[in-house]
Design a protein around this ligand. Structure first.
Ligand SMILES: C[S@@+](CC[C@H](N)C(=O)[O-])C[C@H]1O[C@@H](n2cnc3c(N)ncnc32)[C@H](O)[C@@H]1O
Length: 235
């Protein structure tokens, strides 16, 4: 039911702010959502680099923060909603260098690069046609040579096939795993992509966009039309 209602979700700041203020997204921090955060944490831990920096795009209330492994020395959580970021800043858990910023990913222009960029239950809020551009942008923010992108998508998301197909057109997954909450039956597919990144220059981003546009031409037809925005089911 929640998935159906979420078909009509409009991805604007005001709507996110209101729904966070009314407590609708409190469940993101619940025990039942833990399995996906733990899988992401395991993928981060497996990198073994002592100085991992992580950008969490659409971090919401910061539910990933208490799960972050020790090798993450720098974490930046950004979110469109200033209300979500206010909740993040009030968190007492987590350790190390944690920064939260209210901004759209589209406007985010950091000076430093990141080892890992996480899209945890957020990518399907973008119109499907924009996914190659969003990934190209993320690659431009990664440390050249060693960067990874991690994506989590709820198995009941009505957009999941469209999202995965577009991601496949841009990158090859290094690892694909499923997180399941046995109590509710909720399941999430989580993929890690080790990508070379780009130098962040306009020419590089253009190159990634061109390659993904070429790959898209080879995709079979039957990709579902953009059915509207969905968000994780609360069931
Ligand atoms: C379903 S919540 C997921 C929150 C968190 N990642 C989690 O797993 O608990 C999706 C979040 O993405 C954020 N969001 C949507 N579009 C965004 C954008 N373009 N830039 C930054 N954040 C965005 C929303 O404000 C919302 O907080």
């Amino acid at each position: 039911m929640a998935s159906f209602l979420n078909l009509f979700w409009r991805n604007d700041k005001g709507r996110w702010d209101r729904s966070y203020a009314e407590g609708h997204w409190g469940f993101l921090d619940s025990i039942e959502q833990g399995p996906r955060h733990r899988v992401i944490a395991d993928l981060l831990r497996a990198r073994e680099d002592a100085a991992s920096s992580v950008l969490d795009v659409g971090c919401g209330t910061g539910a990933l923060v208490p799960h972050l492994p020790d090798n993450v020395s720098r974490y930046v959580g950004i979110d469109l909603s200033s209300e979500a970021i206010r909740i993040c800043r009030g968190r007492k858990d987590g350790h190390g260098d944690r920064t939260f910023m209210a901004t759209s990913f589209d406007d985010y222009a950091p000076v430093e690069s990141f080892e890992v960029i996480v899209f945890n239950e957020m990518l399907y809020y973008y119109p499907m046609r924009r996914i190659p551009e969003v990934i190209a942008r993320a690659r431009g923010l990664l440390t050249p040579g060693t960067g990874s992108i991690i994506v989590s998508i709820h198995e009941r998301s009505l957009k999941k096939r469209a999202v995965w197909r577009r991601l496949r057109a841009c990158m090859v997954p290094t690892e694909s795993t499923t997180a399941v909450d046995p109590g509710t039956g909720n399941a999430w597919r989580i993929e890690r992509y080790d990508v070379p990144g780009t130098t962040g220059g306009a020419a590089d981003v253009e190159h990634v966009l061109q390659s993904s546009a070429e790959s898209m031409r080879f995709l079979r037809s039957g990709d579902p039309a953009d059915p509207g925005d969905t968000s994780p089911s609360k069931e």
